[in-house]
Ligand binder design. Structure first.
Ligand code: PLP
Ligand code: COI
Length: 364
């Protein structure tokens, strides 16, 4: 047993862990989300009983009755955060308390039982601890952690479930984009939106990602890496990408980003970038950003950089933007200096290479 929050975890180490040789081979080039560690965490919830049966156990398929509620009504939420190998041999986590808070907020929006935040952080620490050997030691590598929760009650009535399963899995990863830090191209979705006012855009629920996939396929059909969504009411303002927030940099070094309007995911990278940029003396605005302002600003030279940001993508420069009305480029289509400098600072904090005055990182 091990204390990982408000309840104790039963630790059942895998009897068949991957051999060290095979693990090293997998870690040489893990890609994103293809390779998984030996263990997982599971915690169950039942109405009237609360959270119980917290376990660290061998990663394995989860048997499911075909009438399990999540398969029908998609009551599911998830998180994404990373564990970083540090030069001194310790392991760093970046703002896990913020992920815990957002997870509880997502649960609230999806009418699910919220997991206590200390149990979330404790569960993540337990998994990282037992699967420590899976953390890549390469400069850009990390262990991506995926906590998620779904309606596990076997019931077809349409109402909030009374039973949930919370689970954490881990995946050693390299860069999210195959090209590394190359600028990506973006397709403006004029046909589909991701989130409507009053909808679930601010929650990290699986359904939002399902809703983004057709637009993402259209982006690929148009030769673009990612899709950007406009607001559902007017199709005039930029919301975010399918899995990243977006920032704009002016020629005078000031920055702006779409405000949290209820349809945008409140990114932890977004929040961190705003803090770091302000500390660098930059003016940062959160406000509506129209697609016309972006296009006209890029063409006139007033907007010199645009980048996407998120846990998986870190900071990724946007080089080209394409839509039904044509195409425009940001700067010379390369990686701008502001994007590069902010990325360097953020990654430096995450890996413990530069001071962390906000105590964003915690180690184990
Ligand atoms: N927006 C969406 C839709 C996302 O899926 C993510 C990724 O988690 C983000 C933004 C960025 O959030 P964060 O920086 O917390 O990873
Ligand atoms: C993340 O950055 O953690 C995401 O969730 C983006 C994507 C992998 C869904």
């Amino acid at each position: 047993m091990s204390g990982g929050g408000t309840i104790d975890f039963e630790i059942r180490p895998s009897s068949q862990p991957v051999s060290a040789t095979e693990r090293e081979a997998l870690l040489a080039n893990p890609g994103f989300g293809r390779v998984f560690t030996d263990h997982m965490v599971t915690i169950r919830y039942a109405e009237g009983k609360g959270w119980y049966d917290a376990r660290v156990e061998a990663r394995a398929p989860i048997p499911m009755d075909p009438a399990t509620a999540v398969l029908h009504y998609a009551q599911e939420i998830f998180e994404g955060l990373k564990a970083y190998h540090r030069a001194d041999g310790s392991v760093g986590l970046f703002r896990p308390d913020a992920n815990a808070r957002r997870f509880a907020q997502s649960a609230q929006r999806m009418a699910m039982a919220p997991l206590p935040e200390d149990l979330f952080v404790g569960s993540v620490r337990e998994l990282v601890n037992i699967d420590r050997a899976w953390i890549p030691t390469s400069t850009e590598g990390s262990l991506y952690l995926r906590p998620f929760q779904y309606a596990s009650e076997v019931f077809l009535g349409v109402r909030p479930a009374r039973e949930y399963l919370y689970c954490v899995i881990a995946s050693p990863v390299g860069p999210y984009f195959a090209g590394g830090l190359k600028p990506v191209s973006i397709w403006i979705s004029d046909e589909y939106t991701r989130a409507a006012p009053g909808g679930t855009g601010a929650a990290k629920c699986g359904g939002n990602y399902a809703a983004s996939l057709l637009a993402q396929s259209q982006a690929a059909d148009n030769g673009c890496d990612q899709v950007i969504f406009l607001d559902a009411a007017e199709r005039k303002y930029v919301d975010e990408l399918g899995g990243m927030n977006v920032f704009f940099v002016r020629a005078d070094g000031s920055m702006f980003t779409p405000e949290l309007n209820g349809s945008i995911l409140p990114g932890i990278t977004r929040d961190s970038v705003m803090t770091l940029a302000r500390e660098q003396g930059r003016h940062v605005e959160e406000r509506p950003v129209s697609i016309d302002e972006w296009r006209d600003g890029a063409r006139s030279g007033e907007i010199v950089e645009t980048f996407a940001c998120g846990t998986a993508a870190v900071l990724t420069p946007i080089g080209t933007v394409r839509g039904v009305e044509g195409e425009f480029k940001l700067g010379d289509g390369g990686t701008g200096p502001v994007t590069a400098a902010l990325r360097e600072t953020l990654v430096g904090i995450q890996f413990g290479r530069v001071p962390d005055p906000h105590n964003w990182t915690t180690t184990l």
